[in-house]
Design a protein around this ligand. Structure first.
Ligand code: ZN
Length: 281
């Protein structure tokens, strides 16, 4: 997972309140040296505090970030396909297919998933903050990718049948704005897929501030409960929740990893969570 050996030191910092419940009552949770995470005393949301401002944060998604995305695109693509299978994506979208449906991938990187969705009959659109990744997807894959944030893209009300994001929401400085914008541009009955690290996981409990997702690029870290609350508060209903990943590769021998992975998926304490939510008709 990408992180920084030394952080940009000219970023401005914001004094923020909890993005989920608005509370300003928080406690230091993890001291990671150059950055710290706090936990909301009212709703338990974990977030970087103080937090870099969005305008400065954008500079982190530079050419180096593109190299990281392109080096890992096949691995990430494989994981996204597995996730879609886990939430029964094909079955959930069967009825949409007759209308030439539009799918939006937010944080689409180099566009590998979008290209695949187009081959299945979807009209694909992407949003990507990293300029080089967006340019690569447009030139090499002939995709329609907006370079910027979702809000800047300014899509129409009720435009999309599906909005997908994988490992995006934890990078944003205002996740609730993202979810409410997604709600606005989804058709009634449209589906929102959100994949993100899960703070109610076995590994997070085991490793604390050394957890692999407690990195400088992550602004907000969600549990199954806090992510569900956010979706519900913006008007979505929850269709499916899945988690996976008991313990990371290399952390335990196979005879321990296998059963842990199985149990994590079965009982919902996996390291990553995906929630499939629907905009109510
Ligand atoms: Zn809160």
């Amino acid at each position: 997972m990408k992180t920084y050996s030394s952080l940009p030191n000219d970023e401005r910092k914001n004094d923020i309140s909890c993005n989920l419940c608005g509370s300003t009552d928080r406690k230091l949770y993890w001291d990671c040296g150059e950055y710290t995470f706090s936990r909301c005393s009212d709703c338990s949301l974990i977030f970087q505090y103080p937090q870099p401002v969005q305008a400065d944060l954008s500079f982190r998604y530079d050419n180096k970030y593109f190299e990281y995305e392109i080096d890992n695109e096949e691995i990430f693509f494989g994981l996204m396909l597995k996730t879609l299978k886990d939430i029964d994506f094909n079955k959930q979208t069967t009825d949409m297919m007759k209308d030439g449906p539009e799918i939006l991938d937010v944080g689409c990187a180099t566009g590998m998933l979008l290209k695949h969705m187009e081959s299945l009959g979807w009209q694909g659109r992407g949003v990507e903050l990293c300029t080089s990744s967006a340019a690569y997807g447009r030139q090499e894959r002939k995709l329609s990718i907006f370079n910027g944030t979702l809000t800047e893209a300014g899509y129409s009300d009720n435009q999309f049948s599906v909005i997908h994001s994988s490992h995006l929401i934890e990078h944003l400085t205002n996740p609730s704005d993202y979810i409410s914008e997604a709600f606005r541009i989804l058709k009634p009955g449209g589906l929102l897929i959100t994949t993100t690290p899960n703070t109610s996981s076995f590994q997070r409990w085991l490793l604390g501030r050394n957890w692999r997702s407690a990195i400088a690029d992550h602004m907000f870290l969600f549990s199954v409960r806090t992510l569900s609350s956010l979706l519900l508060s913006e008007g979505f209903e929850i269709v499916t929740t899945k988690t996976w990943g008991g313990i990371a590769v290399g952390m335990a021998p196979g005879f321990i990893k296998k059963p842990l992975d199985f149990l994590a998926k079965k009982f919902g304490f996996g390291d990553v969570v995906v929630i499939l939510a629907r905009k109510k008709d």
